[in-house]
Ligand binder design. Structure first.
Ligand SMILES: NC(=O)c1ccc[n+]([C@@H]2O[C@H](COP(=O)([O-])OP(=O)(O)OC[C@H]3O[C@@H](n4cnc5c(N)ncnc54)[C@H](OP(=O)(O)O)[C@@H]3O)[C@@H](O)[C@H]2O)c1
Length: 256
């Protein structure tokens, strides 16, 4: 099994890489920070089996070159677009508009750029699987999160369209929608995170969902129920429920 995975050097991506490494997979590991990525790749059980690509997923040429290199070494079975950032954004601050662009570029546009170079080779083989890491945050917009929530809503909708477009080529699309997972991304969240999972536990469940080729899975399931409820709540009730909730810190508070 050969898997190309972005955002592999931390949190959910690193936990997925550890799971797939233990299952004998050959991995293409993508991360931004070269030292962090190399150190992580070296910590895996079978480091010699994998390839590392230090690049920014917003750099389409670099991403395509990495995809070509990985494909040249053998057919890719699964591509996982996991790289993502979460930074508080409010439209009232001009500097946040740049952050919003960065969030959309990483969480939405780079997802399509991650999958694109694999469509042709998978179409020729008549099989393959794309996995997008979305979020329960994409179900309703939360205060202080004007970029992240909408980027994840866009990702969910994008993945659904993609699924309908590529199934005729034999390519499956799986959307994984995490609830809360303990990673550097959630470390500074100043609010309660119900049903939070450790990254390794999340990854075990996500790998099961990926290998069973489901089209959509929320993990943990309790957050799936909550997401369904959130989707149908009238605005007035939703607003009352989230009133007073802490907000995602903005770039200057995260040092991002
Ligand atoms: N944690 C949660 O509770 C949660 C909930 C819902 C959804 N998610 C989603 O799950 C995914 C992973 O999140 P996480 O919690 O594991 O975050 P994380 O620990 O911060 O890890 C993010 C990973 O993405 C990489 N990355 C970020 N921007 C990149 C870029 N422009 N180019 C290349 N790599 C980039 C990072 O590499 P560097 O470290 O080298 O920058 C890192 O490997 C994200 O899409 C996130 O939105 C997370």
């Amino acid at each position: 099994m050969r898997i190309f995975l972005t955002g592999a050097s931390s949190g959910i991506g690193a936990a997925l890489a550890r799971e797939f490494d233990a299952l004998g997979a050959e991995l293409g590991l993508v991360g931004r920070n070269p030292e962090k990525l190399e150190a992580f790749a070296a910590s895996l059980g079978h480091p010699g089996r994998h390839r590392s690509y230090a690049l920014d997923v917003a750099d389409r040429a670099a991403l395509f070159a990495a995809a070509r290199d990985f494909e040249a070494a053998g057919p890719t079975d699964i591509v996982i677009a996991n790289a993502g950032i979460s930074i508080g954004v409010k439209t009232e601050f001009e500097e946040d508009l740049d952050v919003m662009e960065r969030v959309y570029r990483t969480n939405v546009l780079a997802m399509a750029a991650t999958f694109h170079p694999f469509i042709d080779p998978m179409r020729r083989r008549g099989r393959g699987q794309f996995v997008g890491i979305a979020s329960v945050a994409g179900i309703r917009g939360l205060p202080g999160s004007e970029a992240y929530c909408s980027s994840k809503a866009a990702a969910i909708s994008y993945l659904e369209s993609l699924r309908n477009d590529v199934h005729k080529y034999g390519i499956k699309v799986t959307t994984i929608s995490p609830g809360f997972v303990r990673t550097p991304l959630t470390a500074k969240n100043p609010y309660r995170m119900p049903f939070i999972l450790e990254a390794d536990e999340f990854a075990r469940r996500a790998v099961r969902a990926i290998l069973s080729e489901v089209s959509y899975r929320t993990i943990p399931w309790q957050m799936g129920l909550l997401a369904k409820l959130l989707r149908i709540l009238p605005n007035a009730v939703f607003d009352a429920v989230i009133a007073g909730r802490g907000e995602k810190p903005r770039a200057k508070d995260l040092g991002a």
